[in-house]
Design a protein around this ligand. Structure first.
Ligand code: SAM
Length: 278
């Protein structure tokens, strides 16, 4: 079956008109209309035949089509109840496509995916961070996450210590994955156009090289440390309810000076701090 390309402005307009759809701002709907961007995302995902992909938010099937054409098996989770009928038409004839209608934050991913899957998505920007952290913190058997995010979020994900954008999210993501920005995407690649520049980020998920006694506690310490960025570590941790003596002895064991601020700590420093606080 020969499928017309969805990643195209006229095709997208035609599909929206045919199904009487309007892109929902509330659901973060910005549909890709640039086939070269779709291809670059597919390339970044390094798909081989029969790869199992979880796609979050297939929309009208634009990126899904690229993944299916590359030979992947795609399970897509879409919250918008109007879209299953559309996808049934736009992806008609592709055998390796399964749709789950629902909210990605509520779906039991382990139930719908086999082990060793990849995530590929043009994420809805209103919940990007929540989705990424959920995927990483749940320790799902995911090997690679390739996502379109706002450029600003991509910068935070890949930030290094001692910069203003290095924060709790940076540490949580880099603790579980090697992260890099693959390429930037201008607003003109979408319909409707978002107000910001986007970027595709590749996370290679791996066993953390850092040995953490209790991961939940580690994340709690990281969040507490960044809770009040301008304060010293001691004051941030005091503000989060830790006792002064405990904080000071944990910092000494971890060889971290008490007057340092959270943004100066490497991931290894956070791991040492959390382990000795515990
Ligand atoms: N993949 C399509 C593309 O690239 O053109 C659409 C991407 S659009 C930026 C984000 C998609 O995520 C929309 O289809 C939206 O309805 C869907 N979405 C929003 N919130 C969601 C959620 N909580 N769970 C699953 N899908 C969601």
């Amino acid at each position: 079956m020969l499928h017309p390309k969805i990643a195209d402005i006229s095709a997208t307009r035609h599909i929206l008109k045919t199904f009487d759809l309007r892109a929902s701002k509330k659901l973060g709907q910005n549909f890709l209309i640039d086939s070269s961007v779709v291809q670059k995302i597919v390339d970044a995902a390094e798909i081989s035949a029969d790869d199992e992909i979880l796609e979050i938010g297939p929309g009208i099937g634009t990126l899904t089509q690229g993944l299916l054409e590359a030979g992947a098996k795609v399970t897509a989770v879409e919250i918008d109840k109007k879209l299953p009928a559309v996808l049934e038409k736009t992806l008609e004839g592709y055998e390796n496509f399964k749709l789950v209608q629902g909210d990605i934050l509520k779906v039991d991913i382990e139930k719908i995916m086999p082990p060793n899957f990849k995530v590929v998505a043009n994420l809805p920007y209103y919940i990007t961070t929540q989705i990424l952290l959920t995927l990483l913190e749940k320790k799902l058997p995911v090997t690679k996450i390739v996502t379109m995010v706002q450029k600003e979020v991509a910068d935070r994900m890949t930030a290094a210590p001692n910069s203003k954008i290095y924060g709790a999210m940076t540490v949580a993501v880099q603790f579980r994955a090697d992260v890099k920005i693959a390429f930037e995407v201008p607003p003109s690649a979408f319909l409707p156009r978002p107000e910001v520049t986007s970027a595709v980020v590749v996370c290679d998920v791996r066993e953390s090289p850092f040995k953490v006694a209790d991961e939940e506690f580690f994340i709690k310490v990281v969040r507490a440390a960044f809770g009040q960025r301008r304060k010293t570590l001691v004051n941030s941790l005091l503000g989060a309810g830790f006792l002064r003596e405990k904080i000071l002895s944990a910092l000494e064991v971890a060889k971290i000076l008490p007057e340092r601020r959270a943004e100066t700590l490497s991931i290894e420093d956070f791991v040492n701090l959390a382990n000795s606080l515990k």
